[in-house]
Design a protein. Sequence first.
Length: 213
Amino acid sequence: MSPKAAPKLEKPVDPWAKAIRHLKRVDPRFKAVIQRVGPCGLAPREDRFGALVTAIVSQQISTKAAASINERLHVLAGRPHDPRRLLELDETALRSVGLSGGKARYVLNVATAVADGSVPVDRFDDSWDDDRIIEALTSIKGVGVWTAHMFLIFVLNRPDVLPVGDLGVRAGLRDWHGLAELPKPSDCHALAEPWRPYRSVASWYLWRNGDAP
């Protein structure tokens, strides 16, 4: 009696395979970048509130400094970030971990909006289009369009977001198109138009391409 053949392991499905094929087709320069960088690493984040807190902490400081402050905030208020636990603290307590007064207030603003349901981040689903989510998030003082774009891309994995306010994306578009200067945000849409409807994935590769040695 011959032994049974071992079951074949199914190859993981790449959720961005269609996007990769599109980008390679409309702009063949992506072939070399994708080969060098590898598969797109965008994956949904479950901790949506924590992602917003981290984004506020990270504004205008180094990645290392932001990570240090964020970790002290976890020590102070627990892991993962919880809006109600943060609201039990005051601005002075939040400043003790290294947040500026403005950022401390912004964190409390986000915590309030999520806790009272006025911005229901955990209920954002396909019935919410990108513009509606941006409008909801930017109604919170301290959350700007850039933060909303990062949330759409890195937390919700919306496929067609072009964060024109991001310096890395603008620098990537400058280098990609051989421009002498950074393109204005208003010009970025035209430069990235061929990449629709996968401009989030294209932006991710611009970031990684810029990081490459």
